[in-house]
Design a binder for this molecule. Structure first.
Ligand code: CO
Ligand code: CO
Ligand code: CO
Length: 325
């Protein structure tokens, strides 16, 4: 679908464009001068949870995450709103309050927005971030020997699907909501500090899909250790009960050919790794000599972080069991 647009906006015609359509990265990056580049992105979606404040906060954290995935800081945000006429004003106000509180937490400013009428509510942000041009982190750049880190646990997709089927335990939903609301800001600062070679965030294409993009754009292979992957409480159980959203199936058909999964890994677990995440963590490739200090810094800042594997030569993704990184 984007091919025609990629031809129209070919990167070689726009020298200031550091990351554009061709790159297929988390956000666009446009160089203003030697010191400043602008990061531009947007994201919006239908409610993932029942509470309107939480929905607003999650949608905002998710929209701003692509700025953090590029290693930047958020500067400005605009509301993107589609609400039915029948939606009570109080609920709309709560959604907007949830989003605005996240923008404040990001150290950014909300400067406007646009609302249309729509039968199905949708909310998100258009986001402008800033970064030093030489600090931009893309999906390309991971090198054999790098260590892979992940900054949020997996499993949001099965928990929210269980929630929609009214079978999710409230404590499981509460920790999924807290995880989705968490900003990737501090994590991005620490990943920058460690001199990461590549970075992206884990959202709709799941750990496997986003990992695969990093592998392809960096011309490397990612080896992921199943035992080292963090899962939200309840996620594995809901996967065993087959509480997979529709996106799991499309990710499966898109990525299954490019992944090599150890024979002793069960089907449910394989599907869980292909299940869309919402407002997931950063996946970063970090030079091996920086990892010990990086994990200590995450601990010190009370930010979650897991070492989940390493980068090797080759292509695609290899999910292994029984060996330690
Ligand atoms: Co992204
Ligand atoms: Co996005
Ligand atoms: Co990036």
């Amino acid at each position: 679908m984007l091919r025609h647009l990629q031809t129209m906006f070919r990167a070689d015609r726009y020298p200031a464009l550091l990351v554009g359509l061709d790159d297929g990265d988390d956000a666009a990056v446009y160089r203003i001068n030697d010191d400043v580049a602008v990061i531009q992105t947007l994201d919006f979606f239908t409610p993932v949870v029942d509470d309107p404040y939480d929905f607003g906060a999650i949608a905002a954290a998710n929209a701003m995450s692509d700025v953090y995935a590029m290693g930047g800081e958020v500067a400005l945000a605009l509301n993107i709103c589609a609400f039915p006429d029948t939606l009570p004003q109080g609920i709309v106000a709560e959604i907007l309050r949830g989003g605005a509180d996240k923008v404040v937490e990001a150290g950014a400013v909300l400067v406007g927005g646009h609302t249309i009428r729509d039968n199905e509510p949708k909310y998100g942000l258009s986001v402008m971030g800033i970064i030093r041009p030489e600090r931009v982190l893309t999906k390309a750049g991971a090198q054999p020997g790098d260590v892979l880190i992940l900054t949020k646990p997996l499993g949001v997709g099965v928990i929210t699907t269980a929630l929609k089927a009214s079978v999710a335990e409230p404590t499981h939903v509460a920790s999924a909501v807290a995880s989705m609301k968490r900003l990737n800001r501090r994590a991005a600062q620490l990943v920058q500090e460690a001199g990461a070679h590549a970075c992206t965030d884990v959202t709709g294409f799941a750990l496997i899909g986003h990992g695969l993009e990093m592998a392809q754009k960096s011309h490397v292979r990612l080896r992921i250790h199943l035992e080292q992957l963090p899962f939200l409480e309840g996620a594995v159980r809901y996967a065993e009960e087959h509480r997979f959203p529709g996106g799991t199936c499309s990710n499966q058909s898109a990525y299954e050919r490019s992944i090599d999964v150890a024979a002793d890994i069960e089907e449910d677990m394989r599907l869980l790794l292909l299940t869309p995440e919402t407002s997931g963590g950063l996946l970063a490739a970090v030079p091996p000599d920086k990892v010990r200090h990086l994990t200590a810094r995450f601990l010190e800042m009370e930010e979650p972080c897991w070492v989940i594997g390493e980068v090797t030569e080759g292509e695609g993704i290899h999910v292994v069991t029984g060996e330690r990184a």
